[in-house]
Design a protein around this ligand. Structure first.
Ligand code: TYD
Length: 206
């Protein structure tokens, strides 16, 4: 049965590793699974990702950034997600449209309604069947970062405020659409998060 699953959450919440384990689990149960990440996931999307990540692009404006995330997404929707769903795959994406609402909207303060319209255009209205938020308190993530060494600086403080808004945004979106969203604490051992994740998917499939 085709299904479109997205994982959302802060940087370092372990989404990538959890998706790999989850896809192995679903494949072992006989499903065809395709997973990818955003931004990127296509040749064109990876080029857009390079522009977005390039440290020398310090002058990038918030609207430019928002449109580039949307452009990468438009490409993966048409080139990968729609065809794979049509072939009966379970498609799992590491971040999708909700990341743009969380980061560019709630995080950086761009108008949410405008972003929703842009996302609707970029995705051609394609919504995930299920979205799982790997929820983690920003303080926990940043404590891990502190323990990893290095000097604490002004940008880290900025990041804490930003990540707090991003998290609140995620929780608000989850509350607005409870039938699509599930919230899972990422502040647990990898194996525990994975078994909870598997349970969520199996419950949904039943
Ligand atoms: P990435 O290196 O893929 O990290 P992660 O493992 O956290 O996903 O970085 C993606 C970064 O881009 C992450 O900080 C979130 C941000 N982002 C947005 O701001 N808007 C978006 O629409 C997407 C997809 C990502």
């Amino acid at each position: 049965m085709p299904m479109f699953i997205t994982l959302e959450g802060p940087d370092g919440s372990g989404k990538t590793q959890q998706i790999q384990l989850l896809s192995e689990f679903l494949e072992s149960r006989g499903s065809k699974v395709y997973f990818s990440r955003e931004p990127g996931g296509t040749e064109i999307g990876d080029q857009i990702r390079d522009i977005l990540m390039d440290l020398k692009n310090t002058s990038m404006r918030p609207r430019t950034e928002t449109l580039l995330f949307c452009a990468s997404r438009a490409q993966i929707v048409e080139e990968v997600i729609k065809p794979k769903l049509a072939e009966g795959y379970i498609v799992i994406l590491d971040r999708y449209a909700d990341s743009t609402l969380a980061y560019q909207g709630y995080g950086h303060g761009n108008d949410l309604q405008t972003i929703r319209q842009l996302l609707n255009f970029a995705t051609d209205g394609l919504k995930p069947d299920l979205t799982i938020l790997l929820d983690l308190a920003p303080e926990v993530g940043l404590t891990r970062r502190k323990q990893g060494g290095g000097e604490w600086n002004r940008l880290d403080d900025y990041k804490l405020a930003l990540h707090k808004r991003v998290r609140e945004g995620y929780l608000e979106m989850a509350a607005q659409e409870p039938e699509r969203w599930r919230i899972l604490s990422a502040d647990q051992p990898i194996a525990v998060v994975q078994s909870n994740l598997q349970k969520i998917i199996l419950d949904y499939l039943e």
